[in-house]
Design a protein around this ligand. Sequence first.
Ligand code: HEM
Length: 704
Amino acid sequence: MSAPLRGTRERSGTPATTSPLTAGAATAVASLCAALAVLLLALASSGGLDRSVLGDPGALVRYGLPIARTVHDLAAALTVGGFVVAAVVLPHPSPAWTRAVRVGAVAAGLWAVAALFVLVLTAMDVIGAAPGAAGFGAQFAQFAQQIDLGRALLVTTVLAAVVATIGAAVTSAGGAAAGAVASVVALLPLSLSGHASGSASHETAVSSLAMHLVGVSVWVGGLAVLLLVVPLTGRATAKGERSVDLVTVAGRYSLIALWAFAAVALSGVLNAAVRLGSFSALSSSYGVLVVLKVVALVALGAFGVWHRRRTLPVLATSRRAFARIAVAELLLMSAAMGLGVALSRSPTPVPDDDPTASAAENLLGEAVPPPLTVGRWFTQLSPDLLWICIAGLCLVLYLLGVARLHRRGDGWPVGRTIWWVLGCLSLFFVTSGGAAAYGRVSFSTHMLQHMLLAMVVPPMLVLGAPVTLAMRTLKRRHDGSRGAREWLLTVVHSRYLAVLGHPVVAAVLFGGSLIVFYYSPLFELALRTHVGHELMMFHFLGTGFLFASVLIGVDPGAHRPAYPMRLILLLATMAFHAFFGVALMQGTDLLAPDWFSAIDPTANLLADQQRGGDFAWGIGEFPTLVLVLGVAIGWSRSDTRENRRADRAAERDGGRELQDYNAMLERLAQHDGPRGAGQQAGRQAGQQVGREAPQDAPRPPAQG
Ligand code: HEM
């Protein structure tokens, strides 16, 4: 081994005898063993390995499926960790960055293989037959294509294979970010597996498991990858490569770990609450596993505090302590992951499907809200974990940004803060309050929710100028890595946003989506599936935000046409909206009748749909007025600014611009001969007066 490596080996905390890669491999094997040992012990104690009363899929499935699932979850975590650490923690290009991406790509390959095993073994578990059995092929195809769980596992398998392929070719920071996003997206369908696939509290179960899986993968995978790149930090680099400072990157990971810890704790407790139903259920075999997980989480929290207080402060001089604690932490995390898989295979105190639930409750995944009244509209709740987190984080991070500006002695318009706070509170109401509780119960209340989400919430958020605040408060990176500020800049100035933020594109997306969504199977898909519902929310909020940003935004990004053009665009889009409303009011073809009649068999669906048309038209008008006012105010302010600018320029250069303009007119007049001369004389006379005259004297047209 070469001299530099020896030096590095000593500082990297591993005893001089083993190479870093051997140590890495040993840690990986130990983590896998810890996860599998805890998994099998937990399953044995919770009855998860027992033959079920519904028929025995055989030992291969009873043992093979949870084992394959554990390998799957560990490989998925390493994949997400590799790309996330490369995308937001490590400088690019650097050997550490390359290793992180390579680890991510290799892990994704392993993930795809494990996912295929999970798919086949789950199919065997559901079908109750082995691959060789007659008809298994056809049933397997049906399971993978038509059953939610089968489809979710198939999508994950394919996406993991795609990530492995992308990963192998990644050489740029953008590629690492694409790998990170693709691997997180590949995790999401898994939230439809385990107990979450049942109907009881389906939305909360799915959202919390999705947040749990992403939090665990970033946390565990990030630490594993950080450990694997430690030997490549703090050493001389080849030409054109960036050096990697371990203290800096460990500090960055530590912040990510803190957020992941919070996400795992919140989502784990919420998911456990859905499955347990009461505190007394903690004494059940499922409950005991949950308690063990809480203990594991608390211990991992203690590791985090230890790192922050003891190992990170001395990391520049000693890596041994950091590496040792991190390896121990990784073993505990793997054990907790084994427990997680055991939980997903163990019988729960609250059955996945509530036998007492009505058809409507099974469809909604929650209790049907009481008949709508004005009071209930403002008091009923239907908590959506995902949007509670989004609205909450947007609010907290924005206020922290404003506080940071004030601490620095910089100002921030209070109006913007008020609009942003109102925007976040309205977003909470529309996604978790009365609007959400009744949003899937009838067409009219659905349209109310849609109009508020697309037309009322976005203008408030846009007026908060979040991108400008972020640019003024987020710290810049100097080591070639990309943090929140750098990625925000990349997105804001990207070609994609330039296209999406083009006024015509934004208007077409805003208006056209209505027709595409309501007159296609997308509407029913959004009513029947949780993923469809969330995607609908993102789409309408996103297109509403883009459109409002083109009209009244102050942040960089969207291309903003001249004010008259904005008014024309707004009025044209609103006319289209009104047309859509009228079409619903006069239409007789029912939209998603099977869904609404299943929720309320007594409802007059056509009358309700026509009322929805009223709302689409009526509610659309108020925000339009606000937008028209916003554009008009913006216009007059920009005029005032323009006038002030021209005045300041005139004071600075003695009205050079006006003189140039007059000279140009002069030249034109001479070009036009005697007819032109008469007109020119009139103008000069006016200007003579103008020097003392009011503002509206004719001025040379403004530049640009
Ligand atoms: C407060 C602590 C925690 C609680 C209450 C908790 C609870 C849960 C619950 C209820 C599930 C769903 C199981 C099912 O489908 O029924 C789950 C899944 C999972 N948990 Fe946790 N958890 C906690 C902490 C952790 C930690 C610290 C880790 C690892 C670092 C972890 C890793 C996992 C994994 C990997 C799964 C998914 C298993 C699968 O279906 O593949 N959890 N957890």
